[in-house]
Design a protein around this ligand. Sequence first.
Ligand code: FAD
Length: 326
Amino acid sequence: MSEHMYEITVIGGGPVGMFAAFYAGLRSADVLLVESLSELGGQTGNLYPAKLLYDIGGLPGISGAQLIDHLRTQVTHFHPEIRTATAVTAMTRTGDHITLTTTQGEILTRTVIIATGGGAFTPRHLAVDYDPALEGRSVLYYVRDLEDFRGQAVAIAGGGDSAIDWALALVPIAKSVHLIHRRDQFRGLESSVAQLRASSAQLHTPFLIAQVDEAGAQLDLTLQEVRGDATKVLHVDKLLVNYGFMSDNKQLRNWGLALDHAAIAVNSQMQTSVPGIFAIGDVAGYPGKLKLIASGFGEAPTAVNEALGLIYPDRKQALHSTQLYH
Ligand SMILES: Cc1cc2nc3c(=O)[nH]c(=O)nc-3n(C[C@H](O)[C@H](O)[C@H](O)COP(=O)(O)OP(=O)(O)OC[C@H]3O[C@@H](n4cnc5c(N)ncnc54)[C@H](O)[C@@H]3O)c2cc1C
């Protein structure tokens, strides 16, 4: 067991946990950031790195990957300790500190900020059998780099926000873009849907993918009309599946914290039901909660300042970064 006692341990290296760890450094706290995956970035870095985000103040359009790069630069400014590939499995409050049990041993800390988001996540898979060897090659669940699709015929399965975002991002890069959705209506921002309908993307609705066959280096996708008899075959280089993601937050129930549905219940100080343990970002629940990066960025300074206020009740709370950021 490490004998070191951290002042603040942030659990979860998604955008909100990264910003909290940075802000803790800004307040000169002895902070540790723990992330279960081998890379920081959370949903933003792993699930939609190529998507452009438009709803973060001061950033009029930034990709998920760029945002995580900026956060990485920001969080390392104060050299916090960062442990990746380390998952927290249990936490116990004893006296004036908390013991975290992790897959890499125990951690002692005065306070904890939980920023575990949706927990461990996996993409929802295509509901048809296909050769598993195609996965990662021509059947894809993530977009790592838009350039991988330059000049190619690309089919996208799905009708939600990120399927539309992928289609719009690929139209100027790919040779052709086909969007396959089981309904005629798309679930996306009205402005994005209007842009999609005005674009050169070919919309196949209401259709489902019934069969995926390898055709040399390409794919033959057999589409079946929903509640109809029509079928068609698309010949494409790549299929991007975007049926959403499943997340597993079951372990939250074992952490002895009061829950608000599937989230950790917090008050306006981001304090959970256990003193010294705070929650922010997607994992935190309170009336009116919005699961947005911008909301989590607001919750992080509150949690950090409250945590330090608990450890040092007499320390004056700093409000503006210009006084501290050298
Ligand atoms: C497809 C898609 C598009 C989106 N688009 C937008 C958008 O345009 N604008 C917007 O504001 N939001 C968007 N969101 C939502 C946004 O991604 C989330 O609000 C944001 O990621 C929440 O950040 P977080 O740090 O709280 O959690 P996450 O990003 O979920 O990060 C949590 C991290 O904690 C780690 N973790 C989990 N459990 C443990 C554990 N036990 N121990 C250690 N580490 C652990 C996880 O591995 C993960 O890295 C989108 C989400 C999706 C899925």
